[in-house]
Design a protein around this ligand. Structure first.
Ligand SMILES: [Zn+2]
Length: 94
């Protein structure tokens, strides 16, 4: 019995985490800030229900005495691939 129990309690399909990461540059101080979207928790269905939308506010470390918030809006399709990226207060950098 001990052998069977061991066999069946083996968790082989542990869900893995998915993240979408990107870098933005602050328009005011030029700091590069990394943003991260948790594809399992941060996405919300858009109005049509065909994709997802995420809004995120990013603030730098404060080292430059700059507290400008950079607002990012991302659109994903149903396969969680990025379709569109919009940003206010900064620019996307690769
Ligand atoms: Zn800044």
């Amino acid at each position: 019995m001990g052998f069977l129990k061991k066999l069946f309690s083996n968790e082989s399909s542990k869900p893995e985490k998915h993240y979408y990461t990107f870098n933005v540059k602050c328009n005011r101080c030029g700091e590069i800030i990394e943003g991260r979207i948790d594809l399992d928790n941060d996405l919300s269905l858009d109005d049509e229900g065909e994709g997802y939308q995420v809004r995120k506010g990013l603030i730098g470390s404060g080292d430059n005495r700059c507290f400008q918030q950079i607002k990012v809006e991302l659109t994903f399709d149903s396969n969680r691939q990025v379709l569109e990226r919009q940003i206010t207060g900064g620019t996307f950098v690769e």
